[in-house]
Design a protein around this ligand. Structure first.
Ligand SMILES: *[C@@H]1O[C@H](CO)[C@@H](O)[C@H](O)[C@H]1NC(C)=O
Ligand SMILES: *[C@@H]1O[C@H](CO)[C@@H](O)[C@H](O)[C@H]1NC(C)=O
Ligand SMILES: *[C@@H]1O[C@H](CO)[C@@H](O)[C@H](O)[C@H]1NC(C)=O
Ligand SMILES: *[C@@H]1O[C@H](CO)[C@@H](O)[C@H](O)[C@H]1NC(C)=O
Ligand SMILES: *[C@@H]1O[C@H](CO)[C@@H](O)[C@H](O)[C@H]1NC(C)=O
Ligand SMILES: *[C@@H]1O[C@H](CO)[C@@H](O)[C@H](O)[C@H]1NC(C)=O
Ligand SMILES: *[C@@H]1O[C@H](CO)[C@@H](O)[C@H](O)[C@H]1NC(C)=O
Length: 502
């Protein structure tokens, strides 16, 4: 991420990166849809709408100031599934999914954890859309809402958490269930929101499940190894040969690009939809292919294995000219499919979600993802905060506040502080997810626990269940639900002991 800006961009669901010319914004995204299904924002999967009711809540524009315009309201979308709820009398729990940087529809089709476990906990299920995403546009149209810093200024994590607090209290009132315990759940950026929500609103949420939340990937809490360290590690562990081929390919791309007609040769070799005018775009595209493969590397097809098998087996006669790049291209085809041409911007489309996320990345969610010289198969380009800041500033007219998240949420020195101050949070991470480098991977106390799995990918535990799920994943989910269940039962017992009822 550094930033001169050619295009704006981002990408979405699933593409976790937005590039501003030479910079990438870390995008978190819970699931990888674009790549595989090639859909724009949102999902192709049909949402199971049985038992699901949609609502709009009159939400306050600015929770933190009391100027006349702060009182403006907008319609915030949320959904409720009460099919299995045990009722107010039983103080049956509420499982609330806190939306992240995507539409509610995407979450409804991609998140399985609530509907899979709701019946067992007799829970009311609530899914809330994040402000500025999906249909929740504070200034009416997306165009108006996403226009510039004046309208985008109300998009930040603190406002989003306050939105969730207001809606959850409203839902409790609606169901006349003042004392039902609420568990908040989120993944990725939404996982950070879930953890922060428990810390800021302990009177509203009894506990939080924060899946793949890179809470420690900020300027003041930099991980020792970065995102691309894991991307490289997973490729290397999958196939040393594949890793070596990729490592050598960047120079080969530069070598070809420098030839007369070199860009034309590269465009043909990678079947790009538009002719390349430099080597940056193709390198950026390949980078996203590898990162995406690792971030969502899961069964049954295991993308990294798929890409590497193609790279390894696609061999050409020893003296044919660009065999190495042909192998690389075979990896692309293995992941994305056989297409008439490949859009090098496919991971960086300026969709509404991506535009909103770019703002968040240029205001407070500044995650310094770079390419450091430690073992990496990518060319070294360390994150450059100076150029990141000036890029954002020239784009929006205001600079990012890269220290704000740690100032406000204070998650540094977790062991010293959370141990005494916090409780009831599960941090789950798959160690094969590149974002796990910024996750909380060790227990903090008896009630702030880390659940890690060696082969887990990004947000895999809260995603859709499948009959191919490995045993460790089934066990991980079981462990999580047992912990949530114990918090809920203890709380319900406390209510009975204190003779409190709805
Ligand atoms: C390539 O084209 C894009 C617009 O299509 C432009 O913004 C960019 O500066 C060009 N890059 C080079 C190296 O000419
Ligand atoms: C929400 O706001 C709209 C427009 O401001 C208003 O017509 C509607 O009655 C409000 N709904 C509730 C439940 O307050
Ligand atoms: C709502 O509950 C019904 C009944 O359990 C279930 O079939 C459906 O999948 C649930 N949908 C969501 C989105 O939670
Ligand atoms: C945003 O656009 C509005 C209307 O087009 C304008 O009045 C306002 O000054 C702009 N704000 C910024 C920060 O550019
Ligand atoms: C890809 O599609 C083209 C045209 O449809 C076909 O000729 C080619 O054999 C396909 N390649 C693979 C690897 O399937
Ligand atoms: C970071 O970027 C700035 C401005 O683009 C440049 O002047 C500086 O040399 C860069 N720093 C490093 C360490 O590369
Ligand atoms: C993790 O993945 C590796 C390689 O893909 C595999 O060999 C190993 O058996 C897996 N471990 C578990 C616990 O599933």
């Amino acid at each position: 991420m550094s930033l001169p800006f050619t295009v704006l961009i981002l990408l979405i669901f699933s593409s976790y990166f937005i590039s501003l010319a030479h910079s990438k914004f870390a995008r978190l995204a819970i699931s990888p849809k674009t790549l595989i299904k090639n859909t724009p924002d949102g999902s192709t999967q049909k949402v199971d709408e049985s038992g699901l009711q949609m609502f709009y809540f009159n939400q306050t524009l600015d929770h933190f100031t009391f100027r006349p315009e702060s009182y403006m309201t907008f319609q915030q979308r949320y959904a409720i599934n009460s099919t299995h709820w045990g009722g107010a009398k039983a103080n049956a729990p509420i499982l609330a999914f806190l939306g992240e940087e995507t539409s509610l529809d995407s979450d409804l089709s991609g998140i399985g954890f609530l509907r899979d476990n709701g019946p067992r906990l007799k829970a009311l299920l609530v899914y809330i859309e994040h402000r500025y995403y999906g249909k929740t546009m504070p200034f009416g149209s997306a165009e108006e809402t996403l226009k510039n810093a004046s309208t985008l200024g109300y998009l930040n994590a603190a406002q989003a958490l306050a939105d969730y607090a207001a809606i959850l209290l409203h839902v409790k009132e609606k169901y006349s269930t003042k004392h039902s315990p609420i568990i908040v759940i989120g993944g990725s950026y939404g996982g950070m929101l879930a953890a922060w929500f428990r810390l800021k609103y302990p009177h509203i949420a009894l506990g939080a499940l924060a899946s793949s939340a890179p809470l420690l990937y900020f300027e003041d809490t930099l991980p020792k190894f970065g995102y691309y360290y894991i991307v490289t590690k997973v490729f290397k562990e999958t196939s040393e040969r594949c890793y070596n081929t990729i490592r050598k390919s960047w120079k080969e791309i530069d070598r070809v690009a420098a030839k007369p007609n070199g860009l034309l040769i590269l465009s043909k070799k990678f079947k790009t939809c538009a002719p390349l005018n430099g080597s940056f775009k193709i390198k950026d595209f390949l980078d996203s292919v590898y990162a995406e493969s690792v971030q969502y590397n899961r069964g049954p097809s295991y993308w990294v294995t798929k890409v590497c098998n193609a790279i390894n087996t696609n061999t050409y006669p020893p003296n044919s000219k660009h065999d190495l790049l042909d192998q690389i291209f075979a990896g692309v085809v293995a992941l994305i499919g056989n297409r008439t041409c490949y859009d090098t911007n496919m991971f960086a489309q300026p969709t509404n979600n991506n535009i909103a996320w770019r703002w968040q990345s240029c205001s407070e969610i500044v995650m310094p993802v770079g390419y450091d010289k430690q073992d990496t198969m990518f060319p070294t380009t360390p994150f450059n905060m100076t150029s990141y800041i000036s890029g954002c500033e020239s784009y929006y007219g205001v600079p990012p506040r890269q220290h704000w998240i740690t100032t406000y949420f204070g998650i540094q020195d977790v062991k010293l502080i959370l141990q005494k101050f916090g409780s009831n949070i599960i941090f789950s991470n798959g160690l094969s997810d590149p974002y796990s480098v910024g996750g909380i991977l060790e227990d903090i106390s008896d009630t702030i626990v880390a659940i890690t799995t060696k082969n887990g990918s990004h947000c895999q535990d809260i995603g859709l269940k499948s009959k191919d799920d490995p045993e460790w994943l089934v066990m991980q989910r079981e462990k999580e639900i047992k912990i949530l269940d114990s918090w809920i039962s203890t709380y319900q017992k406390d209510l009975r002991d204190l003779n409190i009822s709805n």
